[in-house]
Design a protein around this ligand. Structure first.
Ligand code: NAD
Length: 366
């Protein structure tokens, strides 16, 4: 994952469905307040694209995505399209996009803001200061392995099967992303597997171990997935970067994310080998609150910050956005999902405005 500063970077905004347009509009405002020239484009995906083009990922959107450096997505999906067949559903557009761009590395940070320590279900002393990065392999493993299917046995009983499969090169490329991230953080990497039972994860462990000689400054450890699930709720601050396969990563990243309280605060990144990235909040399109100005835009704004850091190499600007978010929270402003009595309840637009205001104070205005 080699990151360089991209001058005149191309950013594609894919608002999507439900609260998508509302939260992406706030991230757009933040982008416009930064002291840097971006080329910004917009396109349709998901249900919004189905309405106009009868398909969730129109050709024009895919083309714009292929040409963009950074893609910022709101969310896709909603009850209106739930009855459609699988290949036509809004979520299919997102899966097609991830696969077309070869986005194999999913980065899910779990950071607990001091102001939100009460939102976590764990005791403050267990979670305060939490800052974990989970790196999940996204395009291999059991979700894609062949053969897969359902067959009927001779006795008439049905049997279903999937295959967990990884090549050395797939393991190496995701491990490299994790080692490089660890080098920029606390230099600790924990590789999670089930090497006591599964051959595929024995190869995983052996390959990660062999690669570690190239990263002597990173302390590598290994942990079985059952223990990792336990340690994440027992003593989560022991972790810095965690790297794991698709299935274990799916589960552990949700577990780690929830240590931080609200889903409205969680950004994510999916990267390919040239650090081109799709950045999106971890939540969905929240149809229950769509169009009401209630959605928390911070996960999307923080996803933008991740994009500036990991795809465009604009670390200073990423830090500015992150500190503007912290300052908005420190003022006591809360969208309903993170509200606590005694603080000021605000809507989507007011929260976005507060971040922009803080950014300008930090010298972010053009
Ligand atoms: P969801 O994440 O949309 O909502 C779960 C709960 O969290 C809801 O109560 C919602 O109001 C709340 N919530 C979510 N984001 C919030 C925010 N920013 N601010 C405040 N509250 C927020 O999950 P769901 O209800 O299971 O799914 C709704 C739709 O989203 C479905 O169609 C699903 O397929 C889709 N989905 C899309 C993505 C994606 O685009 N990457 C991911 C997950 C789900």
């Amino acid at each position: 994952m080699s990151v360089k500063t991209v001058k005149g970077a191309k950013i594609l905004l894919l608002a999507g469905d439900g609260i998508g347009p509302e939260i992406v509009a706030e991230a757009h405002k933040v982008l416009m307040a930064l002291p840097f020239e971006f080329e910004i484009e917009e396109a349709l995906i998901g249900g919004a694209a189905i309405e106009l083009y009868d398909q969730p990922l129109p050709k024009d959107t895919l083309l714009k995505a292929q040409q963009a450096d950074l893609i910022l997505l709101g969310a896709v999906g909603g009850p209106k399209w739930d009855a459609l067949s699988n290949h036509l559903r809004p979520e299919k557009g997102l899966l097609q996009l991830r696969s077309a761009l070869g986005l194999f590395a999913n980065l899910r940070p779990a950071v607990l803001y001091p102001e939100l320590v009460q939102a976590s279900s764990l005791k403050p002393e267990v979670v305060s200061g939490l800052d974990i990065m989970i790196v999940r392999e996204l395009t291999g493993g059991i979700y894609f392995g062949e053969p897969r299917g359902v067959r009927t046995l001779e006795n008439g009983e049905q049997q279903a099967y999937n295959t967990d499969v990884y090549t050395e090169s797939e393991i190496k490329r995701i491990a490299r992303v994790a080692f490089e991230l660890a080098q920029k953080r606390d230099k600790k990497l924990c590789s999670v597997d089930k090497a006591n039972v599964l051959e595929v994860t024995q190869l995983w462990r052996k390959t990660v171990e062999a690669l570690s000689v190239e990263y002597p400054d990173v302390v590598l450890s290994h942990m079985y997935v059952d223990n990792a699930a336990m340690q994440l709720v027992k003593a989560p601050k022991q972790f810095d970067v965690i790297v794991t396969g698709n299935l274990f990563g799916d589960i552990l990243s949700d577990e780690a994310a929830m240590l931080t309280g609200s889903i409205g605060m969680l950004p994510s990144a999916s990267l390919n080998g040239s650090a081109q990235g799709l950045y999106e909040p971890c939540h969905g399109s929240a149809p229950d609150i769509a169009g009401q100005g209630l959605a928390n835009p911070l996960a999307t704004i923080l996803s933008l910050a991740m994009g500036l850091r990991y795809t465009l190499g604009l670390t200073d600007m990423a830090l500015m956005i992150e500190s503007a978010v912290k300052k908005a929270l420190a003022q006591g402003l809360r969208t309903p999902d993170i509200y606590e009595p005694g603080l000021e309840k605000v809507g989507t637009v007011q929260m976005g405005d507060a971040v922009v205001r803080e950014l300008k104070q930090l010298g972010g205005s053009k």
